[in-house]
Design a binder for this molecule. Structure first.
Ligand SMILES: C[S@@+](CC[C@H](N)C(=O)[O-])C[C@H]1O[C@@H](n2cnc3c(N)ncnc32)[C@H](O)[C@@H]1O
Length: 217
């Protein structure tokens, strides 16, 4: 009994620290990316594979981004389902040639662009843009080398987008790194074992899994 109440208060403390940390980073970067917007509020049909909006916590994004040292001459970063632009803002502080956010919701895109405009960051990338489009319609840039996936979509829709990336890799052979969160079985679920292999995996608070995956050589 005593143990349980101690565990609960430890969990509550962690939640509080997490909330304060998130809030602090929003203030530090001068952007508004917290919160949750449901599939219904985004106009998505239930079960069509498109996911709601919520951002990945800052700490998880930063650790995932730190696993790649981009080459400004060639590396292009894509956040699939970029929402309010948190990942795009942070990726822009790395020396990518280009950082692209792909997002279906027009209202999230408008807000993401305003986050990008006011973000207090030292932009290191060559250019940054948000594209308002269904990921299925987005022509995979032949020079894109880093793909960020934090639960943008699931099922058939996810498999289709990953297949489009595979087709681009076959047409334009290059090393591609996938930075994936909260999808522990990404390779198996998208049927990609023949061309992708895991590089590293870790878990983070609260209930977050992170994977670095790369194209096979
Ligand atoms: C969980 S959020 C991730 C947000 C962002 N990557 C981050 O971590 O801050 C998933 C996003 O994917 C977007 N999305 C869902 N289906 C999409 C599709 N078919 N094409 C483009 N974006 C989509 C949603 O609107 C939502 O903003």
């Amino acid at each position: 009994m005593c143990d349980t109440s101690l565990e609960m208060s430890w969990d509550q403390l962690r939640q509080m620290i997490q909330r304060v940390s998130e809030r602090t980073q929003e203030i530090r970067y001068g952007i508004k990316t917290s919160g949750w917007t449901s599939e219904e509020a985004l106009g998505y049909k239930k079960g069509d594979g498109r996911n709601h909006y919520t951002p990945l916590p800052y700490a998880a994004i930063k650790r995932l981004l730190s696993t790649v040292i981009p080459d400004k001459q060639k590396d292009v970063f894509v956040d699939w389902g970029s929402g309010l632009g948190r990942v795009v803002v942070l990726a822009s502080t790395y020396s990518y040639r280009e950082v692209i956010g792909v997002e279906f919701s027009p209202s999230l895109c408008v807000a993401a662009k305003s986050n990008l405009d006011r973000a207090r960051v030292k932009q290191q990338c060559g250019s940054v843009r948000i594209v308002n489009i269904d990921a299925r319609e987005f022509a995979v840039p032949p020079d894109s080398t880093v793909m960020f996936f934090f639960n943008p979509f699931r099922g058939q829709l996810l498999t289709q987008v990953v297949k489009q990336i595979r087709d681009s890799w076959i047409d334009h052979p290059r090393s591609i790194t996938f930075l994936v969160s909260n999808h522990a079985d990404f390779i198996a679920d998208t049927g990609s074992a023949d061309w992708l292999s895991p590089v590293s995996f870790w878990s983070a608070y609260p209930h977050i899994s992170c994977s670095v995956i790369r194209t096979r050589v």
